[in-house]
Design a binder for this molecule. Structure first.
Ligand code: ADP
Ligand code: MG
Ligand code: MG
Length: 529
């Protein structure tokens, strides 16, 4: 079956002159409101350039958006419980640890602080659950009596301006005219979880400004009335409220908040907006930015196990780095991580939260019986299970063997994922097959999980990139929605748990990955259908 297509918020394509004009306005709006990043090719602390963004908000079904938002506190609690279930984490990660040095190093820090006795029982989770719409009907004709009528395509709009698309999805040809189609079957375009981020989940800040940018753009195009379909996004204030609440729970007036940052921060706007927001709301809270190396050099533990920097205790540590091997170039960075973990500071995330965010844990939660351990029987559990897609362990057992054979036979159906964060680490299509043929008899394969590839509906749109030709051309795109959550608690008690906002990223439909920081995706905001 072909990919369905969601109707764009306004008829496309736009006239070239109109398009060029509005792109120039949009770029200036973006630059002047911090929808930006530092230039990787010509890095300078004195300049920022626009972050890639889509010109128009991408369509997203309202019911699925609401479903994702409503489910977030349930997922927050699930991850909180997983991160405090020592036995589950140990068992789940065991095989991967033997072949994945990075995860093993994180794990060893966890073991060490547990042996010493955890100093700070409270964790701050600033989480992001990433979701795509699955456009395929999960049923075959034999399985689903309703299949034939529901799988019909309904034409919702015909654009009368010649478009560049040859392929129309359904087997219908309209010559030079492009049509937008909406799947009408109830089982398609349902949300499926891509992954769950527990460390350095970014873009909550910048994307909080995007609804305002899109309102401006839509008004410039004469469609101001459509802004009613754009949900507000308070991710920035919501995420910062988590840091402030944790700070107050720490309860030491002279304490500071520490942001752990990369050696070079390209995603500076997103990070700084958090600092500005906290400073505005709470002028009494001072924020330090330090790399792991600087923490190694400058931070120490006092006799109360407080992490002390420049004579001031640290109340909250917020990691915007420390999630990938390159961010630990030497033993010093690992020592710094251990020192922070040993301290009384409230960590976002604590080491066990980071371990709970691994792909291996995501896969284990989808295995039969696992969710039962954490979510009581009932509607909530089935709602969580409903967003899981096929996830398979590649361990050396019967099911692992079956998964390897299944993926080799039909590699296009799968994504192969190592225990990594930050984008650009997964394998797709022919590479899945090649890697599995190579690792078939090697323990190395236990470092990966296999995941069913989600096929999201197509969206038509324009991507605005720095230094790119204007006007941009109309492209086929797909989106990934992230829902942010904040949770604060210890093993025994959850003090706060809420959904705080969202972000949408959109990429070219034929690109495997869409990380914005990695330069592949574009910032977006949902337009609810
Ligand atoms: P990371 O932690 O590195 O961000 P992800 O699991 O989010 O890892 O994968 C990176 C990107 O790969 C996602 O943002 C998405 O674009 C794509 N991707 C991951 N899993 C799937 C999947 N099952 N189906 C389709 N695309 C996927
Ligand atoms: Mg991730
Ligand atoms: Mg991701």
């Amino acid at each position: 079956m072909s990919q369905s297509r969601l109707a764009s918020c306004i008829p496309l394509p736009l006239d070239n002159k109109v398009l060029s004009n509005v792109v120039e306005k949009a770029k200036d709006w973006a630059l002047m409101h911090g929808v930006g990043m530092r230039d990787k090719a010509h890095f300078s602390k004195d300049t920022i350039q626009i972050a890639p963004f889509v010109l128009l908000p991408s369509p997203f079904p309202r019911t699925e958006f609401t479903k994702a938002v409503d489910l977030q506190p349930v997922l927050n609690e699930l991850m909180h419980k997983v991160s405090h279930d020592d036995e589950f984490l140990e068992k789940t990660l065991q095989n991967a640890l033997e072949v994945d040095d990075f995860t093993a190093k994180l794990y060893n820090i966890w073991i060490k602080v547990r042996e010493e006795g955890i100093t700070q029982p409270i964790s701050l989770g600033m989480l992001r659950s990433d979701i795509m719409l699955e456009s395929r009907c999960p049923h075959t004709e034999n399985q689903c009596a309703k299949h034939t009528p529901y799988c019909s395509w309904k034409q919702v709009e015909i654009n009368s301006i010649a478009s560049g698309f040859g392929h129309l999805g359904p087997s219908l040809s309209l010559g030079l005219f492009r049509s937008d189609y909406l799947m009408q079957q109830p089982d398609s375009n349902r949300i499926k979880q891509v992954e769950f981020n527990t460390v350095a989940a970014s873009f909550g800040a910048i994307t909080s400004y995007l609804p305002t940018m899109f309102r401006y753009i839509l008004r410039q195009l004469g469609h101001g009335e459509l802004i009613k379909n754009m949900p507000e996004n308070r991710a920035l204030s919501g995420l910062c409220s988590g840091i402030i609440e944790a700070y107050d729970m720490f309860g030491v007036p002279s304490a500071v908040v520490l942001f752990v940052v990369e050696e070079v921060s390209y995603n500076i706007c997103d990070q700084r907006f958090h600092e500005f927001e906290i400073s505005e709301k709470r002028p009494d809270i001072m924020i330090y930015r330090k790399t792991l190396n600087e923490i190694y050099e400058e931070a120490e533990l006092n006799d109360k196990k407080q992490l002390v920097i420049e004579g001031r205790p640290v109340a909250v540590v917020y990691y915007r780095s420390g999630y990938e091997p390159a961010q630990y170039p030497s033993q010093k960075e690992w020592d710094a991580r251990l020192r922070v973990e040993r301290s009384s500071a409230i960590k976002c995330p604590s080491i066990h939260y980071q371990l709970a965010g691994t792909k291996k844990v995501q896969q284990a939660l989808a295995a039969p019986g696992a969710l039962e351990r954490f979510v009581a029987e009932g509607e909530l559990r089935s709602r969580v299970r409903d967003i899981f897609t096929g996830l398979y362990s590649l361990d050396f057992d019967d099911s692992g063997e079956r998964a390897v054979e299944m993926a080799i036979a039909d590699a296009e159906r799968f994504v192969l994922k190592p225990q990594r964060e930050g984008g650009g680490n997964n394998l797709y299509g022919a590479d899945v097959k090649e890697a599995l043929l190579r690792m078939r008899h090697s323990r190395e394969r236990a470092a990966y999980i296999l995941m069913e590839r989600i096929l999201p509906p197509l969206i038509s749109g324009y991507v605005v990139r720095p230094n790119a030709a204007v006007p941009p051309s109309l492209c086929d795109l797909v989106s990934e929605l992230g829902i942010f959550g904040v949770i604060i608690g210890s093993k025994e008690k959850i003090y706060s748990n809420r959904q705080v906002g969202h972000m949408l990223r959109t990429k070219l439909a034929d690109a495997n990955e869409g990380g914005v920081a990695a330069g592949l995706g574009a910032l977006d905001s949902p337009y609810l259908l």
